[in-house]
Design a protein around this ligand. Structure first.
Ligand code: G3H
Ligand code: ZN
Length: 309
């Protein structure tokens, strides 16, 4: 199957009660690890590329590089722009062959967010790409001054989806970007009631969770035992993500877990191997470490195992 947009992928995920993992990548070995893991487990997957990663990976060539790397891959996968901040960057990556974009207008007022998102949707749909909108803490449409909600308001989400035509929506239901996602591990929880309310208002409509790394002690240990210094991390407990993926959450974003695992394994091999200088001696363990991470999440978190057959 190879490179696809997210339309069919999310429809199947919604109906099948599972989610598709979206991993933040910035190099070909990272993409290879994800594609190898997803192919082995017959799972759909998303390669998520931020503005900075796109610049590093060479704008314009990413689709071609991935087409070559994935010539033996049969599972469906999307090439996604993560946190696109303007119409222009969304348009550029669609022109370059990305099949999915996220438009993230930051703190822009509700009406402005709708206008920009709609413009992205019109362009994307005319080019067979899909769009993820965002409605986290948003301005109250009725207020003169913006009033920010801590969590996504389901009624506004419905209005936003209907007026923009987005294909999926990133919601604020408890996950967060950054290292410390909750006050403590014990207090970690997600607003399943908001997910359920949105499912009631928008049946069949896929939601996206950002900031969903679990940041386990095991991942941090490899990183820190090899000269790293990451402290104070509290991630999202696996059980909460399992429950969300059974509901209307169809895409789960994993950046921190993936990057800390990759760099942790690199640190380890650089520490351990003293008499070699071929880059692959260090990159292969890093690639293997994230390959195992992706497989683990496909089976134990997203439940997307064997869904691409
Ligand atoms: O857009 C990327 C993700 O939201 C990353 O979240 O750092 O918790 O993995 P994370
Ligand atoms: Zn994000």
């Amino acid at each position: 199957m190879g490179i696809v947009n997210t339309k069919e992928m999310f429809k199947k995920a919604y109906e099948g009660g599972y989610a598709v993992g979206a991993f933040n990548v910035d190099s070909i070995p990272m993409c290879q690890a994800i594609l190898m893991a997803a192919e082995e487990l017959k799972s759909p997957v998303i390669l998520s590329i931020s503005k900075g990663s796109r610049e590093f990976m060479h704008p314009g060539n990413i689709k071609d590089m991935l087409s070559i790397v994935s010539k033996d891959i049969t599972i469906p996968f999307a090439i996604h722009l993560d946190h696109g901040t303007s119409f222009e960057i969304c348009k550029d990556v669609i022109d370059e062959g990305f099949t999915s974009v996220m438009i993230d207008t930051g703190d822009a007022p509700f009406e402005e967010t709708i206008a920009i998102t709609k413009k992205v949707v019109d362009y994307a749909h005319a080019h067979n790409a899909t769009v993820e909108g965002e409605l986290g803490p948003v301005a109250d449409i009725k207020g003169q001054d913006p009033i920010y909600y801590e969590f996504t308001n389901p009624e506004l989400a419905k209005e936003f989806v209907e007026r923009t035509g987005v294909d999926s929506l990133a919601v604020s239901v408890g996950t967060k970007h950054g290292s410390r996602k909750f006050e403590s591990k014990e207090s970690a929880t997600l607003r399943f009631d908001i997910m359920d309310k949105i499912a009631e208002l928008l049946p069949g409509f896929p939601l996206v969770l950002h900031g969903s790394s679990s940041i386990s002690d095991a991942i941090l240990k490899v990183f820190n035992d090899n000269g790293g210094k990451l402290n104070g991390y509290i991630g999202v407990p696996n059980a909460l993500l399992v429950e969300a993926s059974r509901k209307n959450v169809c895409k789960i974003n994993i950046g921190t877990d993936f990057r800390v695992t990759y760099v942790g394994a690199l640190r380890k091999s650089l520490n351990e191997i003293k008499d070699r200088f071929e880059p692959r001696n260090f990159l292969v363990p890093a690639r293997n470490a994230v390959y195992e991470l992706v497989k683990d999440k496909i089976v134990n978190e997203f439940n997307s195992y064997n869904k691409a057959i």
